[in-house]
Design a protein around this ligand. Structure first.
Ligand code: ZN
Length: 192
């Protein structure tokens, strides 16, 4: 996995909000976000992230980028796109870090969601208390990764959220929080 420090020091044992990127912060694309021009920030994302940082949450972006493994874009381009997403948010305080998995599903790596590798690595690297942390995603694989890591999942209905609902294990559905978008998910977290 690729680790991109976000400029914030993560020295205090803290709660985090893990965020999927495409479909949560910025709009999803059918054929991946392959260029800075493909980035459309979803309304309310910047304010939501800003508020969670102010509250004291570490913000960690955790994204599968199989387009790198497929050779559609280079790792450097994937990093550039990530930087551009963050730049467009125009946050007053930095996020903690971004992790992305560049591998193919067939690589069977530890980091590709639904595996918890990126979350667990971030937890070690930034001393995060996973029991107090949340994961906001739009895919069943986000919910599974959160559950595999022991983080509370929140499914948002932006991106692939609505289609993902039917793919999520309903026997555990009582533990699943569903919110319209990142702004609503942040409201939920900040009301806890
Ligand atoms: Zn991986």
């Amino acid at each position: 996995m690729i680790h991109i420090p976000g400029g914030k020091s993560g020295t205090t044992k803290n709660a985090a909000v893990f965020l999927d990127r495409d479909g949560v912060i910025n709009e999803n694309r059918d054929n991946y976000v392959l260029d800075e021009g493909d980035i459309t920030i979803i309304d309310g994302s910047a304010k939501a992230i800003e508020r969670m940082i102010e509250f004291g949450y570490q913000i960690i972006i955790v994204t599968n980028q199989q387009c790198v493994g497929k050779g559609i874009i280079k790792r450097e381009k994937a990093k550039d796109i990530n930087h551009e997403v963050i730049r467009r948010l125009g946050l007053l305080q930095p996020i903690t870090a971004t992790y992305f998995c560049p591998h193919l599903a067939t690589d069977l790596c530890e980091c590709r969601k639904p595996n918890p590798g990126m979350i667990l690595t971030a937890a070690q690297q930034y001393e995060i208390d996973l029991c107090k942390s949340f994961f906001i995603g739009d895919a069943d694989t986000d919910v599974k990764a959160a559950r595999n890591a022991g983080v509370k999942p929140i499914l948002v209905l932006t991106g692939r959220g609505k289609q993902s609902l039917s793919l999520i294990d309903r026997t555990q559905a009582e533990q699943l929080i569903i919110e319209n978008d990142l702004a609503a998910a942040a409201n939920f977290i900040l009301e806890q």
